[in-house]
Design a protein around this ligand. Structure first.
Ligand code: ASP
Length: 327
């Protein structure tokens, strides 16, 4: 019989109405009882956190990874219930903190609480338990009958059941009529590799037409890396001192990564005049086909290991859990 550990962290799936809006109040054991049984799969539960995922921080990512590590040898797979709002960030972070896992580590949540008459909670939880008891390796999100790679997920709908999409990569599988159909298997090792540190001094700036360089200066001053979500395939405004700003902070040892606000197809800085110099002369990194969520989590993981520019570049461009196409 397969043994699964359900780790509860809160989110809508575990929420009740408080009079001042929904808030987590149902423990992981309560989620399980709502299913009325899990067939021939033994599921134990652990209530790790009870948070709306808006309140989740990188400290919590480390706690979740630590809980998986502590219990890794005891269980065949893991289900983590989590709020949907920052679930893609947590999935990406866990993909860097727990690499090459031969066992499934499945994140799920819901758009409507488990106690509501009409809810996606039960289907998502049942599907997640099924995936966690399979031989599918690695970190993935199971949601709305789809299996999405942990490094490729993005929340693209704020209300519908179909809340997540896989960005620039196919879905790993689907769950149809209670059967898991796996299309793609992640690479795994014989044993997982765990990390226990993150450098949280990473910031994200979404450009709008007219953003001034002082915002970027401020972010570089307080952080080791700044991710700039620019436009299209990527670039920076040529007026206003942006290039000089990046150059100055790079000399002081900061990391700059360019990505795009466009959801699909990624960056390619070399294409336009507004981007090519950044890459050629200033050696800024670019996200290519990675999601912003994965870029942020990967930088926190990389910068916890090194701050040497060449090593940061090497680690950043080394694919982990299929987060980017190899270059
Ligand atoms: N605000 C909730 C959360 O992220 C939304 C959800 O779970 O769907 O915790």
């Amino acid at each position: 019989m397969k043994r699964i550990l359900l780790i509860g962290t809160g989110g809508t799936i575990a929420s009740r109405q408080t009079g001042e809006g929904l808030a987590p109040g149902i423990p992981a054991s309560g989620l399980l009882s709502s299913l009325g049984g899990t067939g021939n799969i033994q599921v134990d539960s652990r209530e790790l956190l009870a948070l709306d995922s808006t309140n989740i921080t990188p400290e919590h990512w480390l706690m979740i990874a630590g809980c998986v590590e502590e219990n890794y040898d005891i269980y065949d797979g893991f289900v983590i219930t989590h709020g949907t709002d920052t679930l893609a960030y947590t999935a990406a972070a866990l993909s860097y903190l727990i690499r090459k896992s031969p066992k499934p580590i499945i994140l799920t949540g819901a758009q409507r609480p488990i106690g509501y008459d009409s809810t996606d909670s039960k289907d998502n939880l049942r599907d997640a338990i099924l995936a966690a008891s399979s031989d599918m390796p690695g970190v993935a999100i199971v949601f709305d009958h789809r299996v999405i790679l942990g490094t490729r997920a993005k929340k693209t709908r704020s209300k519908s059941y179909s809340a997540f999409e896989s960005i620039n990569y196919p879905e790993l599988g689907v769950i149809r009529d209670g059967e898991l159909v796996v299309f793609i298997r992640q690479e795994s090792g014989e044993k997982p590799e765990f990390s226990t540190k993150l450098n949280t001094k990473v910031a994200l700036l979404k450009l709008i037409p007219g953003t001034g360089r002082e915002v970027l200066d401020f972010l570089f001053e307080c952080n080791d890396a700044v991710v700039i979500e620019s436009f299209g395939v990527g670039g920076l405004p040529e007026a206003g001192g942006f290039f000089e700003c990046v150059e100055e902070w790079k000399k002081k040892g900061r990391t700059a990564v360019l990505t795009t606000q466009v959801e699909n197809e990624g960056s390619d800085l070399a294409v336009y005049h507004v981007g090519s110099r950044l890459k050629r002369d200033l050696k800024v990194l670019e996200a290519y086909d990675m999601t912003t969520e994965a870029v942020v989590a990967k930088l926190m993981w990389v910068l916890s290991q090194t701050k040497t520019a060449t090593e940061v570049e090497r680690l950043f461009y080394t694919p982990v859990a299929m987060d980017m196409f190899p270059r």
